[in-house]
Design a protein around this ligand. Structure first.
Ligand SMILES: Cc1ncc(COP(=O)(O)O)c(C=O)c1O
Length: 409
């Protein structure tokens, strides 16, 4: 039992950060404590627990979650440019303990050990750890800086996997369309529609999981591509769209959702959810339902966006001022999300245990080694820096420590 489970490497890094107060962490994907909506949550709790209120919110809820919040989820997702509201209905929505739970359920009911999931290059490393724990494998969809997906290389991958028999084991595709973790990249509409066409032409109508955890954390403007739920090219594909209230609102509430257009897949996820918890916290859902029904929610999210945009500028300024590019590092400043994805010089090694990683630990700064986010574990010269947690002078200092370590050799 549990023989495939190992302690995630990142937990060790985090433990070191907690054990040493002088360590500054650019590793954790946490949100910023100063942005957590204490008063909105306080008001909502007061309303829900007022003497005249209905105590049902403190009772068990339903497995799929509160109807009011499921309707609100549809409104929130549908109001993005290009979304087709007629394809996003409350019956398709289920509420979960964070989008992470929905992601786990999706894999649990789709896959058998040995199955393969196509992921982006790079991808959400916690998802890859989950795959490993379930005995599943990940393969990267080749990335192109110009078009998002390198379809020529994808064709090669397809042919190789076909010749080895692996293609028959591909069970689903996982993409992050908006301000991805770890790269902060968003998928152009042409990449998504191209992917649908590519798969359809090869008779591979695979389940698509579109993880949109950071969609609402855009800086200047939302990413314009509609989701795979609404794209006509994905007609006939089972699609699961994942969203969360944790990143834009309060991560401690652990509340997210899935919207699934395929009834059997959705039913199976709900059966498995029934076995796990027969419904996520009804009270938390009621709280969020109350907040999202007011303008205060949108105002809050707008303020959070502006805050993270300011921090991203701050990080960019230090990376530039300290001369990281002069020693061959490359990156695109993010236009949303919580991360910088940096690429070191060819052959540079940032992996756990590398000289660079040890030097960063000695200089008391933590980052996420990029190889953890790559299905093949290669290349090893990338890094994810998160500006979620640290603030002001500490954020400056952490980035400075990182760059000074990178430029020291
Ligand atoms: C890409 C991505 N998906 C899903 C999650 C899960 O988030 P939550 O369970 O808090 O909704 C995270 C959390 O960091 C994430 O980065």
């Amino acid at each position: 039992m549990g023989q495939r489970l190992t302690e995630p490497v990142i937990t060790d890094l985090m433990a070191r950060a907690l054990a040493d107060p002088a360590m500054l962490s650019l590793a954790a994907g946490f949100t910023d404590n100063t942005q957590l909506p204490k008063s909105l949550v306080g008001q909502a709790v007061a309303g829900l627990t007022a003497p005249e209120s209905d105590p049902e919110t403190l009772q068990y809820g339903t497995n799929a979650g509160r109807t009011g919040l499921r309707e609100a989820v549809c409104r929130i997702v549908s109001r993005h440019e290009g979304e087709d509201a007629s394809r996003i209905t409350p019956e398709q929505v289920f509420l979960a303990q964070g989008s992470q739970q929905a992601l786990y359920l999706s894999m649990q009911v789709l896959c058998e050990p040995g199955d393969i999931i196509l992921v982006e290059e790079p991808t959400y490393f916690v998802f890859m750890e989950m795959l490993q724990g379930l005995g599943l494998e990940a393969r990267s969809i080749p990335y192109s800086p110009d078009t998002g997906i390198d379809f020529g290389k994808l064709e090669q991958l397809f042919l190789e996997m076909q010749s080895t028999g692996e293609w028959a084991r591909v069970r689903a595709v996982y993409i992050e369309g908006y301000f991805s973790n770890p790269s902060s990249r968003s998928q152009p509409a042409s990449a998504k529609s191209g992917l649908a066409n590519f798969l359809r032409e090869r008779n591979a109508i695979l389940p698509i999981i579109e993880d949109a955890a950071y969609r609402d954390l855009y800086f200047e403007k939302p990413w314009s591509a509609m989701s795979t739920l609404s794209m006509p090219e994905f007609d006939g594909f089972p699609v699961l769209y994942l969203g969360t209230f944790d990143k834009p609102f309060a991560s401690g509430l652990k509340s997210g959702f899935g919207i699934c257009n395929h009834q059997e897949w959705r039913d199976n996820m709900l059966f498995a959810k029934g076995h796990q918890d027969f419904g996520s916290s009804n009270f938390v859902q009621a709280l969020i339902e109350r907040v999202v029904s007011t303008d205060a929610y949108d105002a809050h999210v707008a303020a959070v966006r502006a805050h993270y945009q300011g921090k991203a500028f701050q990080v960019q300024a230090i990376l530039e001022a300290e001369g990281l590019a002069d020693v061959g590092w490359q990156w695109e400043p993010p236009s949303g999300g919580l991360y910088f994805w940096l690429k070191g010089p060819e052959g540079f090694d940032t992996s756990i245990g590398s000289d660079f990683c040890e030097a960063c630990l000695a200089n008391k700064v933590l980052y996420v080694p990029g190889d953890l986010c790559l299905a093949g574990g290669q290349p090893r010269n990338c890094v994810r820096l998160s500006y979620g947690v640290l603030l002001g002078a500490k954020l400056d200092e952490a980035v400075r420590r990182f760059v000074r370590t990178a430029t020291a050799g």
